[in-house]
Design a protein around this ligand. Structure first.
Ligand code: BDR
Ligand code: CA
Length: 311
């Protein structure tokens, strides 16, 4: 199995991404889960990460708390999407499994240095603060990363937190710039992909029909998560942003995209956090990321439902 670190700000869609990974031990070896401030503040994201591990029946998973604020800005959160707890929807018990004492950034650095070069993949599902802080403190780790597969940014779908920017990049654009410039192979699940991964009524029913605590909790999470996009955009269901990352690691053939240049806007107030993606290759700036644009949504939901059934 491929060794991964999931860096996350749960978040209902983060929760589903984590469940998919923990349900797939033959494909993915989750070395640790590192929490970051994002959808809700850090005390809630680290707690939610542990709630999800216990829901999966995997309380031995190591969960670390990381940065509680972006590198250079005030934290922007998204309770309007995810609810007050960040994981509104199901009623889940408070976690009893411990939080690791080590700081998430130290865990990321130590793991990349101690595992053989090119064998650890980073999976950021929230603002890129932890990853960028690790890269800044320990520049030697960039060459040791197998791949960074992250959820963030957009090209045609442009923005969801501002007209120009996707939430994860917007919250910490300075961190995103450090990550996109770091030289490691980067694969990006954009809004263009995730807005095609919609939990329709039928797909929600399929989760619920699993009849397990996990299946029912996922149905309740996506029920809650759906409200925002449905009211706002008239969307056919909740976009499952973050699970696209873990699904890609299990079945990359579900996704297609382009290896292109992507720059992060950190100056302009109007377009702060925009991923300026050279989709049509109109510059000679060198490609630094594979921007995903399309997904086999039926294949994705079949994989997800099948794997969740194993928990
Ligand atoms: C991203 O922002 C968060 O609200 C979601 O968890 C996802 O990571 C989508 O823009
Ligand atoms: Ca997230």
């Amino acid at each position: 199995p491929r060794k991964i670190i999931i860096d996350t700000d749960p978040g209902q869609d983060d929760a589903v991404a984590i469940l998919l990974a923990l349900a797939s031990p033959d494909d993915l070896d989750v070395l640790g889960i590192t929490a970051v401030a994002g959808n809700v503040p850090l005390p809630l994201t680290q707690k939610n990460a542990r709630i999800v591990c216990e829901l999966a029946g995997k309380p031995d998973t190591r969960v670390f708390a990381g940065c509680d604020a972006p590198i250079a800005r005030k934290l922007v959160t998204a309770e309007h999407v995810h609810g007050k707890t960040g994981l509104d929807g199901p009623t889940l018990p408070d976690p009893t499994m411990p939080l690791e004492e080590q700081h998430a950034v130290d865990f990321i650095i130590d793991t990349l240095r101690s595992e053989p070069e090119g064998t650890v993949t980073l999976c950021p599902l929230g603002p890129l603060t932890n990853i960028a802080t690790a890269l800044t403190r320990a520049p030697d780790i960039a060459n040791r990363i197998q791949e960074i597969v992250l959820m963030g940014g957009a090209y045609f779908e442009v923005g969801n937190i501002t007209p120009a920017a996707e939430f994860n990049i917007y919250v910490d654009p300075e961190a995103a710039k450090i990550v996109f410039d770091c030289g490691a192979p980067i694969t990006v699940m954009t809004l263009d992909v995730t807005h095609k991964a919609l939990v329709t009524k039928q797909r929600n029913d399929a989760f619920r029909a699993l009849g397990t605590p996990v299946g029912i909790a996922v149905a309740e999470m996506t029920d809650f998560f759906e409200r925002f996009d449905k009211e706002k955009y008239g969307s056919a269901g909740a976009p499952l942003h973050d699970p696209c990352v873990t699904a890609y690691l299990i079945k990359p053939e579900l996704f297609t995209g382009r290896h292109i240049n992507v720059e992060i806007e950190t100056g302009s107030e109007l377009t702060l956090g925009m991923t300026v993606a050279d989709w049509w290759r109109v510059t000679d700036r060198p490609p630094n990321a594979t921007f995903m644009g399309d997904i086999d949504a039926d294949g994705f939901f079949a994989l997800l439902t099948d794997r969740l059934a194993r928990l």
